[in-house]
Design a protein around this ligand. Structure first.
Ligand code: ATP
Length: 328
């Protein structure tokens, strides 16, 4: 019942993403505003099992809206996958007097929350925090905007050096299963080709495209490669392949790696996180549970967690078309 919720826990789980701190801040301050107690749980489900809690008030979250990472730390926790582990977590929450929780994370974290609710009837709400933007039920996840801006920024710099030497660069970006980062940052940075997990362009088309680039007088070429690209070759294999078939190119590789997860969140991510935190707490207090807060057409929406975890988001076909036209 809504009126019975007096204390809400908040934690971050799975991979971290920029803007998680802004979401924590929002949950904590909304609780304070509405006269509810709030506790932070360190290290996600692992900290829940160990009872690693910290009471939080409005002042506990001063000066964190601009910080990347998560002040509550994040973790992966094998024990929470077992019924015994979840029972331990439940006992710790009860001991602390927690009535509901807000989990900031991705699909795995939501699956855990859903199981927890099924087993103990414990109210849970999810906030999507992941740079991959791969969660059904939200057009944007917290951290995605920051990540694509980071990638665009780096590619701009790579372009400077690539043009000076007439080089071809393969830039690997995150995205094992989805190509949202590659596609958006690729279009934003004017990449010549974008290789994503959802679409197999084929090596022939890549070579043709690079030949055309050279023939049209381009001084540099940048190919963005998502980690899980469908061609099935990693960036170093692609470099070897192109060097063998197109010796005119001086090929370099850049793997961006974890820098994509770091950095100060963009204003977009801070605002999104602030809005989602308010909605999460208000939803719990309205007696709602098993839902994820998302955004669609600038409006906040709630999606059943069971639906959100079902599948990955679809790739944006219109953006693929734009990318094709831009690389003419
Ligand atoms: P990311 O975007 O980084 O993948 P995520 O939330 O999907 O974020 P996971 O590592 O998949 O990250 O999950 C985080 C934690 O959620 C796991 O370490 C585990 O504790 C819990 N979890 C994941 N899947 C399950 C499951 N099927 N049952 C119970 N708990 C789970």
């Amino acid at each position: 019942m809504a009126s019975e919720i007096k204390k809400i826990a908040v934690f971050t789980s799975g991979g971290d993403s920029p803007g998680m701190n802004a979401a924590i801040r929002s949950v904590v301050r909304t609780c304070a505003y509405l006269g509810k107690e709030c506790v932070g749980i360190y290290r996600g489900y692992q900290g829940m099992i160990e009872g690693d809690f910290k009471p939080m008030d409005a002042r506990s979250v001063n000066n964190i809206i601009n910080k990347g990472g998560t002040i509550l730390k994040s973790a992966r926790c094998e024990e929470f996958r077992t019924p015994e582990g979840r029972k331990k977590a439940y006992d710790q929450l009860k001991k602390e007097g927690v009535d509901a929780f807000v989990v900031i994370g991705g699909n795995g974290s939501f699956t855990g929350a859903l199981k927890f609710n099924e087993e103990f009837g414990f109210p849970v709400i999810g906030i999507p925090g992941t740079i991959d933007n791969d969660i059904l039920g939200s057009s944007y996840t917290i951290g995605f905007d920051t990540a694509i801006n980071t990638v665009v920024d780096v590619i701009d710099k790579i372009r400077d050096t690539a043009s000076s030497h007439n080089r071809l660069f393969f830039v690997e970006v995150m995205g094992r299963d989805v190509g949202h980062i590659a596609l958006n940052a690729g279009v934003g940075a004017g990449a010549e080709e974008i290789l994503i997990p959802e679409q197999n362009l084929g090596l022939e088309r890549l070579l043709d495209s690079l030949k055309r680039s050279k023939a049209s007088g381009k001084s540099s070429s940048i190919v963005i490669v998502a980690e899980g690209d469908k061609i099935g070759k990693n960036v170093f294999e692609l470099k070897a392949y192109v060097e063998e078939h197109l010796p005119i190119y001086d090929v370099r590789v850049s793997v961006l790696g974890h820098m994509q997860r770091g950095g100060n969140p963009t204003c977009f991510d801070r605002v999104l996180a602030s809005r989602m935190g308010v909605k999460a707490v208000e939803s719990l207090l309205e007696g709602k549970s098993n839902l994820m807060v998302g955004i669609r057409d600038t409006k906040l929406v709630l999606t059943p967690l069971a639906e959100a975890i079902k599948a990955h988001t679809e790739v944006d076909e219109e953006l693929i078309r734009v990318s094709d036209i831009m690389t003419t």
